[in-house]
Design a protein around this ligand. Structure first.
Ligand code: ATP
Ligand code: MG
Length: 405
């Protein structure tokens, strides 16, 4: 079947009034943005449905892109025909034939927007139903649980038929849930947490700490590459890289070994919260999950979270590693995440970090360093890159990666 239009059913539209309008408008914008490479496509975001007219563009490519867009519950690839019953009958029959093997049941489900069309809804159901019954041996009608459901919509500009139902990504359109930052490492977890934050409509700015020369250019590019994969789900992402070398060296020199990790994390979060505030974002997301490593116990979270009253959001908090890995494979970040580059956190990790750091001690040990000055310098030297969906950051290292893979 060669589809002419994709009809989109909205996701969680339980919210009414202004929220509903924002949802629809934002989804329209997001869909137009992800389809910008298909100039003939026309997107109409209406009250009950969003319509993507293909005007000859490749239906399968458009469908696969739309499947990644949050706020879409289902996609119905449709065919538009003239308001001529003979043509409608032929098309309905062809659709039924394509899905029919042996003994299946079917149903015709008509909606009529054009109240002046010469047939009523029930008449159309009957005419088309009879035609299909007459022309396919062995097929029968089941209006409750049909194997094949053929939807017919009589609109002002034609009759639209569809029978395939494709699941969308669900969630809320990115941009309807406000703006927050994400602390992105190069690991498996934080990209998955980013995806889940976006799924609830949040527009994300990435914050990545790096420590040259202890961490390489490739490690930085890997974080950017992960961002470009995630941008496919949200549109362009601002990537903020924060130099962390001086802070780590100072902490290493001044702070007792058992608290290196805790103090580093406190500094990271403090800087992230400051950047978040400066950019008028209203929360910091992380990829932490309870119990994964020393810094991810409740006691550690208490000692680290102490530095800010900005909401710190942890979408993965109760997920198992296997569940997280499954999502990372689905969203296309896993293969990048497992590339073995040094992370700024691991290089200065002591052999035995405290799993239950004491809050009071953490505060005391932090007095051994000049927090305000270190923070100021790091923030003065941030660099920001606007990253596009699918943009390439690792080709210059192609040889290195070829060896690793
Ligand atoms: P991930 O797989 O996301 O790296 P992890 O299980 O390796 O997580 P940690 O290394 O302890 O756990 O990091 C916990 C969280 O701290 C990360 O999910 C991320 O949100 C943040 N984080 C760690 N390293 C960095 C970094 N270099 N830049 C920004 N945020 C970081
Ligand atoms: Mg990590």
């Amino acid at each position: 079947m060669h589809y002419t239009e994709i009809m989109v059913r909205y996701g969680e539209l339980s919210t009414k009034g202004k929220n509903r309008k924002d949802f629809i408008r934002q989804l329209g914008r997001n869909v137009r943005a992800v389809l910008h490479r298909f100039p003939r496509v026309e997107v109409k975001a209406q009250r009950d449905r969003l319509h993507v007219a293909l005007n000859g563009e490749d239906d399968q490519k458009v469908i696969s892109i739309l499947q990644g867009v949050f706020g879409i519950e289902t996609l119905y690839p449709s065919i538009r025909v003239e308001k001529d019953m003979a043509v409608v009958k032929q098309t309905a029959l062809q659709m039924a034939k394509e899905q029919y093997h042996t003994g299946e049941t079917f149903k015709i489900n008509t909606r009529r927007q054009d109240k002046h069309f010469e047939y009523h809804t029930n008449q159309i159901n009957n005419i088309l139903g009879d035609y299909v019954l007459e022309n396919i041996d062995g097929i029968s009608v089941d209006v409750k649980h049909p194997d094949i459901a053929i939807r017919v919509e009589v609109r002002m500009n034609g009759v639209f038929l569809s029978s395939e139902t494709i699941h969308g990504a669900g969630g809320l359109p990115v941009g309807t849930g406000g703006r927050a930052t994400m602390m992105l490492s190069g690991g498996i977890d934080s990209p998955v947490a980013t995806y889940l934050a976006m799924k609830r409509g949040v527009k994300i700015d990435m914050i990545h700490f790096y420590s040259p020369p202890y961490t390489s250019e490739q490690a930085l590019n890997k974080a950017k590459q992960l961002t470009s994969v995630l941008a496919k789900y949200s549109g362009n992402i601002q990537f903020i890289q924060v130099p962390f070398t001086e802070i780590q060296e100072t902490i290493k020199e001044k702070v007792p070994e058992g608290y290196l990790m805790t103090i580093q994390r406190r500094m990271m979060l403090r800087i992230a919260a400051e950047i978040t505030k400066n950019r008028h974002c209203t929360g910091v997301f992380t990829g932490e999950a309870l119990g994964q490593v020393a810094s991810q116990t409740l006691e550690s979270m208490l000692a680290i979270n102490d530095v800010t009253n900005m909401p710190v959001l942890r979408p993965l908090v109760s997920m198992d590693k296997t569940e997280i890995i499954k999502i990372s494979k689905q969203i296309g970040t896993y293969d990048l995440s497992i590339m073995p580059f040094e992370d700024c956190c691991t290089i200065f990790t002591p052999p035995a970090p405290k799993t239950k750091p004491n809050l009071q001690r953490s505060r005391e040990f932090e007095n051994y360093i000049d927090v305000a000055d270190l923070m100021k310098k790091a923030i003065e030297h941030i660099q920001i890159t606007d990253i596009k969906p699918g943009e390439e950051f690792m080709n210059q290292d192609a040889d290195v990666f070829a060896e690793l893979l």
